[in-house]
Design a protein around this ligand. Sequence first.
Ligand SMILES: [Zn+2]
Ligand SMILES: [Zn+2]
Length: 248
Amino acid sequence: MLRYCSICWQKTLKFSHCNYCNKWDYGKCYECGEQNIKPEWCPNCKQLEITLKILPLTNGFNKIDQLIHESQLKQNHNCWRWIDHTELDNIQYLSEGGYGIVYKAVWNNMPEEIEKNYLNASNASKIVAMKKLKNSQNITKDFINEIKAYNENNYSYIIPIYCITRDPITNEYAIVMQYCDKGDWKHIIRQNDKSLSWRDRLHMLFNMTNALKEIHENGYVHCDIHPGNILQNEYSSYLSDLGLCNIK
Ligand SMILES: [Zn+2]
Ligand SMILES: [Zn+2]
């Protein structure tokens, strides 16, 4: 499909990357006309709206504020936010791992740009996964390490993070991320589903080798790869649990 790049106004073939000026082009903001820095994200309008909402919720935990801000300003990075725990409805237990408990929930107020970019035929119903970190009442080094690793490794086959919240009863922090309806690879391997073709299996491995290639090229090592940490939906596999991920 041919379109015009909103930066150089030349005709270009690709949707969000101009093959003429070689810049990422997400169009202009409908409100103020500023160039968007990512899909549906204007640095003037969106930035302000989010910043004002963040401050009262974080109780001044500057490190997390800072990481959220960084995510909002980076190009090609999905934007994180703080949300109030009450925005999540219908919370259901999914599984428990060494670092936390994973739930699924419905995020009715899901922002438009997340809906547009991350919901698909495999999950069209605003379902998200929420990982509550054990003993995270006081922000620990592990918690900061995990969200920092997600912040630094925002790639196609790393599970996308949407927001961070805090349970008002237990005071535990939680990372809210994309929900993968096929579960993790451990579950998939145990099912031994014969309908999973060799083509599907190769596609899954291709996704994971790509994820690892990207984080390694970025100077990080995951340090905790196992089938329980790889999530699957209809279309793609995602590496998750970056809790031990570290700089080489
Ligand atoms: Zn251009
Ligand atoms: Zn704007």
